[in-house]
Design a protein around this ligand. Structure first.
Ligand code: FES
Ligand code: FES
Length: 160
């Protein structure tokens, strides 16, 4: 059923009339044209569609758009501020933490969500926090190093 829905996307107010039973992933990719968020398994398993809702990492394939009424949604396109990449993005580049790059937006968004909740995570907390995001290329070591390095650089700052 089509309904009006309002939320914030990457700091901009959005007002849409749409079928609110659709997934947030579908709406941001097809109706709002932001294709940085990737479509993997559709069943909440792979993590490639991870975005932030009020600063918490969520799987956009498992959320209906109705559930984000009034909330602040951040996608990979909203991480850079004033033309400067987010420290987690910079750190992924420095550590070559991607190969094909398909999992990378979801990895980065999940890492930002993790650092929003645990600003100085231990190695084990990073492994646990990232455990459910899958990388078919097996870039896990570089990804973990990139997140450790970003956490040291951010010192609890850069919260979204
Ligand atoms: S596409 Fe959402 S978890 Fe895989
Ligand atoms: S870099 Fe290819 S799936 Fe992770």
């Amino acid at each position: 059923m089509k309904e009006k829905i309002k939320f914030s996307l990457n700091g901009r107010p959005i007002e849409l009339e749409t079928d609110t039973s659709q997934t947030l992933l579908w709406v941001i990719r097809t109706e709002l044209g932001l294709t940085g968020t990737k479509h993997g398994c559709s069943i909440g398993f792979c993590g490639t569609c991870t975005i932030l809702v009020d600063g918490i990492a969520e799987r956009s394939c498992s959320l209906t758009v109705k559930k984000i009424e009034g909330k602040n949604v951040t996608t990979i396109e909203g991480l850079a501020q004033d033309g400067k990449l987010h420290p987690v993005q910079e750190s992924f580049i420095r550590h070559d933490a991607q190969q094909c790059g398909f999992c990378t937006p979801g990895m980065i968004m999940n890492a930002v969500g993790l650092l929003n909740t645990i600003p100085n995570p231990s190695h084990k907390q990073i492994i646990n926090g990232m455990n459910d995001n899958l990388c078919r290329c097996g870039s896990y070591n570089s990804i973990t190093k990139a997140i450790e390095s970003a956490a040291q650089e951010m010192k609890g700052g850069n919260k979204l």
